[in-house]
Design a protein around this ligand. Structure first.
Ligand code: HEC
Ligand code: HEC
Length: 235
């Protein structure tokens, strides 16, 4: 009897999951116009202040698309882009970008700043109430898709800086459904910490010692697993 109840619950869960899922093929067609700014592969932004969408969690993408469409998250450059799109269209777009492989850029900045960023990312700053980013965004920065915690790995640093400052200033309020956890997290980060975290995140997952030039700039020498790791900056 218990097993049967459990099976019923599971099938309901699966049914609702299937119902909510978007169709990547339909999303691909709708995304052609987005490529102008977010890249054909969803990970080649026109400007470094524009985010990568490829490999981002579907749930997170859908939530942001809804917030952008309703103008709760105001993005001047995206004015009109989502006009007339149905809820199903947004789900399809989210499914499409989530299905693309994410891309990681090179971590930049000096070794000291990156080490400081890594310490905050992995352990937080206890005395200032800053939680470990890795607890929600995962140690490798790929996020937590079922929870809707976004992937941070590979995001161009200027984009991440802008988001952390917007959360800190209370201007970005899309974390309302999560009890304002990102505004709380960013509240006491300094400008220097934000810059360092953003440069660190751009290159996460960080290669193991030996595979990058040390000291000085972090540099990737090999592609890491399924990720499309680009060889570092030109230098
Ligand atoms: C003219 C340039 C432009 C076009 C075209 C554009 N975007 Fe954007 N998009 C941006 C910018 C700029 C941001 C980030 C702004 C900010 O918050 O700092 C953004 C942010 C986003 C985000 C939030 C990502 C995150 O990590 O939170 C999503 C999702 C998104 N765009 C999807 C789309 C989709 C889907 C389309 C096509 C229907 C599209 N965009 C077309 C410029 C553009
Ligand atoms: C308790 C969980 C939690 C912790 C800890 C946390 N985050 Fe987040 N983070 C979130 C959630 C949830 C969102 C999405 C909020 C939304 O919907 O806009 C987010 C969003 C972000 C974004 C915006 C991503 C994008 O694509 O626009 C950045 C950047 C970010 N977090 C960085 C950090 C950093 C850096 C730390 C550590 C100092 C951190 N987060 C700690 C849960 C967390």
């Amino acid at each position: 009897m218990q097993v049967r109840n459990w099976l019923v619950a599971l099938s309901l869960l699966l049914a609702s999951a299937a119902q909510g899922a978007g169709d990547p093929a339909a999303g691909k067609i709708l995304s052609l116009i987005c490529a102008a700014c977010h890249g054909m592969d969803g990970a080649t932004s026109l400007l470094p202040t524009y985010p990568h969408l490829a490999g981002q969690s579907e749930k997170y993408l859908l939530q942001q698309l809804q917030s952008i469409q309703s103008n709760e998250r105001q993005i001047l450059e995206m004015t009109g882009q989502l006009f007339g799109k149905s809820p199903q269209d947004l789900e399809n777009i989210a499914a499409y970008y989530a299905s693309l492989p994410g891309k990681v850029l090179a971590a930049d900045g000096d070794a000291e700043a990156l080490a400081k960023a890594q310490a905050i990312y992995r352990g937080g700053v206890l005395e200032r109430g800053i939680p470990a980013c890795a607890a929600c965004h995962s140690p490798a920065g790929e996020g937590n898709a079922p929870a809707g915690f976004p992937r941070l790995s590979g995001q161009p640093a200027p984009y991440t800086v802008a988001q952390l400052k917007a959360f800190r200033a209370g201007q970005r309020t899309t974390d309302e459904g999560y009890g304002g956890m990102m505004r709380d997290t960013a509240r006491s980060l300094t400008d220097g910490e934000i810059d360092a975290l953003a440069l660190y995140l751009q290159g996460l997952p960080v290669p193991q010692p030996g595979s990058f030039a040390w000291p000085g700039r972090f540099q990737f020498s090999a592609s890491a697993g399924a990720e499309d790791v680009q060889a570092g900056a030109a230098d």
